[in-house]
Design a protein around this ligand. Structure first.
Ligand code: ADE
Ligand code: ZN
Length: 329
């Protein structure tokens, strides 16, 4: 599976923080974690829903303090991704959780983007960085962080996204912030239809101008929406192991990816928060292949959907298509 050239469109950099690395950073910065060891931290990763995961995830973020920490976090992900055959990535980061602890946007974006640049040079992985707004922090906070990002992130942030607790925070609340992001030349994506209803997906398309939908698995509840997503080739960044870990589906064998593929939806496979959900992107491919009995052509379709759904320049997409064709033949 690592041989298939991959594009990863849904991975939260903070969600790639492995327990061992969290402990090392905690020691470096004098920040204590509520676990006796990295092993105990990993053992505590049993989630009942999205909220129960987010509480653990934000707590672990407290060890990230300096530009170097963000560089190291991103670099560790890139090295791991390279071994999985990732050739292009559009990672998310959550600035609000860091700004609230007094970390500057300059440190966060500086560290991440320096690692991404190095990844392009020495690992051959191209990238586009996406800044997510925490929907449970509300629109006023998102508007503030957008202003800072436009100033500090110019040329380094390619788009904005919407994540964190979904239910009760419909995309439409962020319409004005996304309108301003669009005016600033930023791409737009949004988590929708993970725990929330299919109507949040429609809302994200209509009110945010979302170009991709993150997760989107609940779209199958609305046949009109499925027709629209198929017609408009809207990419859905599905994260199978995340969905099992957060009880969006009971078992991998029940995952809707097979039905989504059969419906002609532009789905791709991603890791979401790999340090928490038991595997990186190639593990997610392997898991769906075995549980849903996907054939090699379907794997190529998944990989191709990610290339087409990416914000890579056309010339880079053409290179990625050629790399995929070389292993598909
Ligand atoms: N932040 C990190 N992972 C997330 C997920 N799966 N859904 C919403 N917000 C997140
Ligand atoms: Zn996510």
């Amino acid at each position: 599976m690592a041989r298939v050239p991959k594009v990863e469109l849904h991975v939260h950099l903070e969600g790639t923080l492995e327990p061992e690395h969290a402990f090392a950073l905690g020691q470096r910065n004098g920040v204590a974690l509520p676990y006796a060891s990295a092993g105990q931290m990993r053992d505590a990763y049993r989630f009942s829903d999205l909220r129960s995961f987010l509480d653990v995830y934000y707590r672990a973020c407290s060890v990230l303090a300096t530009e170097r920490d963000f560089f190291d976090l991103t670099w560790a992900y890139l090295e791991r991704a390279a071994s999985d055959g990732v050739r292009h990535v559009e990672p998310f980061f959550d600035p609000q959780t860091h700004l609230a602890r007094g970390v500057s946007m300059k440190a966060v974006v500086g560290g991440i983007s320096a690692a991404l640049e190095e990844g392009r040079g020495s690992l051959g992985i191209s990238s586009r960085l996406i800044m997510c707004f925490l929907r449970d922090e509300g629109a006023a906070s998102a508007a503030e962080v957008l202003d800072v990002a436009i100033e500090v992130g110019r040329g380094r942030i390619a788009g904005v996204g919407l994540d964190s607790a979904e239910v009760g925070f419909p995309p439409g609340l962020f319409a004005e912030v996304f309108r301003r992001a669009r005016t600033a030349g930023l791409h737009r994506v949004a988590h929708a239809g993970e725990e929330g209803p299919a109507s949040y997906i429609t809302d994200a398309l209509d009110t945010l101008g979302a170009e991709r939908i993150d997760h989107g698995v609940r779209c199958l509840d609305d046949p009109d929406l499925v027709r629209r997503l198929v017609r408009d080739r809207v990419c859905l960044t599905v994260c199978p192991k995340s969905n099992v870990s957060l009880r969006v589906v009971d078992r991998m064998e029940d995952h809707p990816l097979r039905r989504m593929l059969d419906a002609g939806l532009a789905v791709c496979v991603n890791s979401d928060d790999p340090a928490y959900f038991g595997g990186y992107v190639a593990d997610n491919y392997r898991a769906v292949c075995s549980a849903l009995d996907l054939d090699p052509d379907e794997v190529v379709t998944l990989a191709r959907n990610a290339i087409e759904g990416s914000f890579a320049e056309e010339a880079r997409k053409e290179e990625l298509r050629r790399e995929l064709a070389a292993v598909a033949s």
